[in-house]
Structure formats: structure tokens, C-alpha cells
Design a protein around this ligand. Sequence first.
Ligand code: ADP
Ligand code: ZN
Ligand code: ZN
Length: 674
Amino acid sequence: MEPIYLTIALDTPLDRLFDYRWEPVADEALPQVGQIAWLPFGRQEIAGLILAVGSQTEVPADKIKSVLAVRHQCPALDSRWIDLCRFAADYYQRPLGEVAIPALPKNLRVPKATSLDRNLKKLAKLAPAQDASAVQEPALNAQQQTAVDVISANTAFTAYLLHGVTGSGKTEVYLQTAARVLAQSQQTQVLILVPEINLTPQLEGNIRNRFPGLQIATLHSGMAEGERLLHWLAAHTGQARIILGTRLAILSSLPHLKLIVIDEEHDPSYKQQEGLRYSARDLAVWRAHQLGIPVVLGSATPSLETWQHAKAGRYQKLELSERAVQAAVLPIVKIINTEREKPSEGLTQRLVSAIRQRLEKGEQSLLFLNRRGYAPVIHCDACGWISNCTRCTAHLVMHKLDKKLRCHHCGLEQRIPRACPTCGNIDLQPLGRGTQRLEEGLQVLFPEARVFRIDADSTRLKGSAEAAFDTVHRGEVDILIGTQMVAKGHDFKNLTLVAALNPDSALFSQDFRASERLFAQLMQVAGRAGRAAQKEGGNASEVLIQTRYPDHPLYHALMAHNYPGFADDLLEERQQAAMPPFIYQALLRAEAKELETAILFLKDAANCTPHHGITINDPIPMTMTRVHNVDRAQLLVESTSRPALQAFLKEWITDLRALKSRVKWGVEIDPVDI
Ligand code: ADP
Ligand code: ZN
Ligand code: ZN
């Protein structure tokens, strides 16, 4: 028999494929494109993806190595999945293997096939419940009905922007559209992406109740590896019909995909911020286009990129302009000027009485403070010492409950010093206010109330976030304090007051996207109020914003619930200033022990490749320059032409490699944090 050679993609920074020899074991079947192989690479053994099977190779016979095993048990990945990875690799300027291999579950990339075999067996036994009866679906209102009809009648590619105010029943549109699409055939698959699964456990429950006969796979980073493989296989074999996941699910294998839904499409968590810095939303649109299927982007506050696509007619806009529950109305948004009404313990008198009114009627209040810990910094009045992190350009945050000072960037932890480390003064003062301090103040102010805090610290343990939200839903909480974690998706039925305590800092951020994000966040958290009809004798739902800038246009747009007005104004500003979405950007980041070294590298980088039609800005230190003893700088590259930028980046990256600098660097396409 002639020798067989396999061309394989590997997870290495080398931008090429690798040939291996295949020597069959006993009567082993011929390997196929899309199968996974286990093979030697340097001194290691790693997994690879087979991209071609042939009888020739350029590699000399004494150099070629043989694969150790081919995972025949796992059905081959199809060409459309490989093309998706190829597109992502090309677009984000990475070798194919660096995209495709990490997209596979870890337990597929191990020396033994034990976990694979076990999970395939498990999968075979997972017969969905047959005669379970589905929870009745509610009758849709006219706008919801139109949305469902339009989307499910479409069997070609269209990107839909489902723009619906908070509480307008977007979820119901997703579910009923999914139901129609799933009814098209016994195989059809639907992918639903959400920002973070443990913050929206309600959705998973709703889907299970609505589709009791169907297998549902969930995919997110919090899963144990074995479980992850099981769910990935369920999707890959086509057994799972609904796949609910976070951004990483966009790279899963879905052979019968017919609809993609992206809930809260504006959410920053759709952008991966390390490794392959992809946008799951953008890849979803590409994937829908590739397959010729509809993709639904839902939000009350779409990203400006998406909003602009809709305005230009590239995306089709579907509007839900009213709350779905009859008699539930959008809350009244009011501004409290904290220059005039000085807060005490972070709360103005007006806010305190509003909370009291809720307590009297047995209604819930939500206080939004996007800063965890007790105080963002402690300091010494006598000598001016402040608690800085020794490894980062950041303060150590005071955590009173566990008596620690903690850096939220590098994880450095110290006991709270009993006295000032420089002058010995024992009267160290916390400055500012985090959620823990607010909680303490509220317990003193309202000793009879059940005060409850939800933030990354209170929900560190697995499952604790779900448990915490359940407590709120069961009505066992009067005053809920939370960071952005509480803003998302929750349908709190008894909540009639939402207050934002100190949202101003984002108004003057250097990042041009900060105000877009602030608006989305405030609109979303405000949207937790008044989701049920006002109770008889109860309070009307309101949102109170404490601010020093009561005349800021952002707050005025919020009062008017006017996202379109706000977005159009921002878009005009962006167009005039030549910023995204009107131009395209890429960022070269550099990290070194000394800032100087990073900047020097970026200066070389700016000059190493000819660039016509490309603007290369000056290198600058990142806003938070030092993290964990590493200094960071960046170089922003822009163009009005996406193809020109892509072509330049390809050449540039080759030239950057040739510089052979010891500086650690990376290129990010469409950066969102600048
Ligand atoms: P959104 O995601 O747009 O903020 P949700 O999907 O959470 O809104 O819906 C808000 C509330 O309205 C939920 O309690 C949901 O059950 C309810 N709802 C949605 N559609 C309808 C409908 N057609 N009739 C009655 N209630 C509905
Ligand atoms: Zn001191
Ligand atoms: Zn630090």
C-alpha cells in the first residue's frame, strides 16, 4: 500500500500547516478531513486537525513523523466549520490552528480517548423526555407577532436588529421564532447566545419548560471539562437542537444550524479580551451569512456598530416599543443633583425617602453601584500615604469583611495595615464607597430591612450567583445592592425603585466608548424596575440618578427613554471625528518590564512597513500602564477601508515578526477598549 500523508493544523504561532505520516493500526479506516489526530510535536504530544489526506508530501522521508492516533469515534468536523475557523483566522490575523484547536473542548485534546468514549456513551443514553407537556406560550402582542412572522418566514441570510425597550418581551420573540424554525425539520438546530449564563438562569429554565421534548446543550466557560465535552458533542452530533451559550459557543460545531439569536448584542462580554480577541457577534453575523440563515441581534440599547448597520439598511430593524406585560409601564427617570443635595453615606435624602416608601409597601429597591469592595482606597491624613498596588498603576481596594487590601487587577493581597506604613499614624481612612460600605450604611439606616448584596465577591462560589438571584426572586430581599451583575436580564417582579448612586465617572473617560456603555448599563439597570403592573396602593416605579452633572445630555436622553436620539447624536459625533463605526481600527499592544522598551518597539513598528491609506498614530502608554509589574503601551492603526487595513495588517505582522524583538506584542482587530 502507498504511504498516506495527512496535512494538519496545529495550535502554534507558526503560520503554516504540518505534514504527518499515517500508519494504520490493524484494519483502521482511512482518516478523513475534519478528524482530530494525536501526534508528536517537538518534545510534546498535541492534538491536530486533519485538513487534507493524500499520498504525497514535500517533507523528506527521514524527517516525517507519524501520527499516534486518529479519533475515529468523533464524527469529522464539516467543511463549513473549518471555513468559519479559516475566516476567523484570516480576519483576526492568526494561524488557522490557533483558532480551530482551542475552539475544541480540552478533553478532546488529550492523549487518551477515554473521556471521549465515556461521553459518547453517555450521549447515546440521553433520550429526551418524550411526552412531557410544554408550558403554554403567551399570545404575542402585534409587534412581537410581526417580528416572529418576519424572521421565521425567512430562510435566507438576513441580520435582524430586534430593538425592544426593556421588558418588551424580546425573549418571547426568540422562543417563538425558535419554535417555528425547529418545527421545520427533525434536525434543525438553533443557537442562542447570552452574555453570561449564570446571570440569566431564568432563560435556561424557560427554554427547558417550553421545549421539554428537545435536547438542549449549554456551552460556557464555567463548565467542568467532562461536561463541556458532553455538551459540545451533543451539538456536534446534531443531537442537541437548542444550544444556549456564551461567546465561545459561536465557535462550536453545529451541523444543522438554522437560526442564531444574540441576546443583549451590545454587551461587551461578546468580545474576547485575550488570546484570539474575537467578537462573537461579528462572527455570528458572518456564520449566518455563510449558511444563508437569519441572525437576530436583540437589545434595548444596540451597539453603535449595529445601529449604524440598521440605519444604512444592511440590517433589518424590528421594533418592540412597549412593555409586554399589560399595564407595566417604563419607569419614570429622575435626576438628583448631588451638588445641591449632598449625599450622606452615599445616599441623598430624596433617595432615602424613596427607599422608605418601598419598605412601607413591601416593594423592592435596587441600588446600583458599580464598585465592589468596601472603599476603593485607604489613605493617611497625616502624611498623605495612599494604598497603591506595588505591581500596578492602581489602588488597593479595601475589603473590610475579610480585612484585606486587594488589587482588582493583579490579585495582590495584604492585611489592612493597623497603622500607616510610612508615618505610623493609626487613623487610616477609607476614601470613597464600594458596595460593602453601602451595605453597612443601609443596615444602620434601615435596621428592619433585609439588605442583600450581589457582586463578584458575594458570588465567588460556583452556583452562588444563581442562589442569590433566587433569593431576590422569592421576595426575601427588600434592598438589593449590586454592581453591573444585577443589571442584566432579570425579571424582578416586585421591584419599583432603581437608583444609580455614582455613575458620573464614566462621563469623562478617555475611552470614546465609555458613554455608549454607561448609557446601555443605566438603561438596562433602570429596566429592572416596573416590570409588573403597579399594585393597588403601591408606588409607581421610578429610577433615581444621583449626579453632579444633571444637565448632561446622556442623562436627559435616559429620562426620555430616548435611545435612538442618543445613538444618533453619538453617531454624528463619531462621524465628524472619524471614529468607528465610520473607520476601522486595529491596535498593536506591547508589554515590557520598562515602558521605554515597549514604546521603542512601537516606534520601530510604526516605521517598518509602507502604509498608504493607513493612519498610524503615535505610541502611547495604556491608561493603566503597569499591571503585575509589566508596562503596557499601544499603537492605534486606522483606515477608512477595511480591505486596505486587512492587507496592511498581513504584511505588517510578517514585518513585526522579522523585527525579532523580545517585547511581547499582539495585534487586535476592532478593539473595544482603547
Ligand atoms: P426583555 O428581554 O425585552 O427585557 P422579557 O422577555 O424579559 O423582556 O419580557 C418581560 C416580561 O414580559 C416577562 O415577564 C415575560 O414573561 C412577559 N411577556 C413577554 N411577552 C408577553 C406577552 N406577549 N404577553 C404577556 N406577557 C409577556
Ligand atoms: Zn502616614
Ligand atoms: Zn496590582
